[in-house]
Design a protein around this ligand. Structure first.
Ligand code: HEM
Ligand code: HEM
Length: 177
């Protein structure tokens, strides 16, 4: 089996922790939206709160995660194939953007409807913008579009990680766990 020079380098412990904590929170945000149920029910209120909490925590963790990444960098790429390594960079960049932009769009969806974001159980009100019905439609549509689009991007990213492990049998997945 071919080995590549940097193949034994690992992600740092904090990078690994950030990656999987954010993964779980994004998964929870998606789950909450899927199971929330019809308007006017207790289930809807509960799961919407879970969605806001999980999504806001994604943003809160994205900031130190990015700072850590800029400070400590990442291990060198494993792909020997230039096209695949370019593709993985593009997808990683898109995922980094997503964990900032998607929660911000969610918060703005609520703010532009004229409400602060309230996180259940926490005495905190988040207001980044005032009421703006025209902007709200666009922002809400974009939040929904990105939400649906990134099911696929995350799926592709996860499939690539599994393919590295199972098909190429390299270190890609192991160095992120
Ligand atoms: C990474 C984090 C997040 C993800 C992956 C995400 C994903 C989604 C998805 C998939 C939908 C449903 C779209 C559809 O109906 O097709 C949605 C709706 C929504 N999200 Fe998020 N979201 C995130 C963060 C947030 C945050 C932080 C907030 C606000 C605090 C928020 C507020 C909303 C609102 C208000 C809706 C519309 C609900 C409705 O139909 O009225 N989201 N989100
Ligand atoms: C919400 C879901 C996810 C997000 C936002 C996400 C985000 C990211 C980002 C931004 C990177 C680049 C890290 C860096 O260079 O600093 C990365 C790397 C990685 N992710 Fe994910 N990820 C998600 C889900 C997953 C899943 C489900 C798997 C596994 C099945 C996975 C496996 C990996 C692996 C193995 C790497 C290292 C790739 C390499 O060394 O080239 N990720 N992820």
């Amino acid at each position: 089996m071919a080995t590549f020079p940097a193949a034994s380098e690992r992600y740092t412990k904090p990078a690994i922790l950030f990656h999987w904590a954010i993964f779980l929170l994004v998964a929870l945000a998606y789950l909450a939206i899927e199971v929330r149920g019809p308007k006017g029910t207790d289930s809807r209120v509960f799961w919407s709160n879970v969605h806001y909490w999980a999504g806001t925590l994604v943003l809160a963790l994205a900031v130190p995660r990015l700072l850590w990444r800029l400070w400590r960098g990442a291990p060198a790429g494993i792909d020997s194939n230039r096209l695949l390594s370019f593709l993985s960079r593009v997808v990683h960049l898109a995922l980094y953007l997503f964990i900032f932009v998607q929660p911000l769009l969610g918060i703005l969806t609520i703010n532009t409807a004229g409400h602060p974001v309230r996180l259940a159980g926490l005495d905190l009100q988040l207001t980044l913008a005032g009421p703006d019905p025209a902007a709200r439609k666009f922002i809400k549509d974009t939040h929904e579009l990105f939400g649906n689009l990134f099911y696929w991007v995350i799926g592709l990213h996860a499939l690539a990680a599994i393919a590295h492990h199972v098909v190429f049998r390299d270190n890609t997945l192991r160095r992120m766990v």
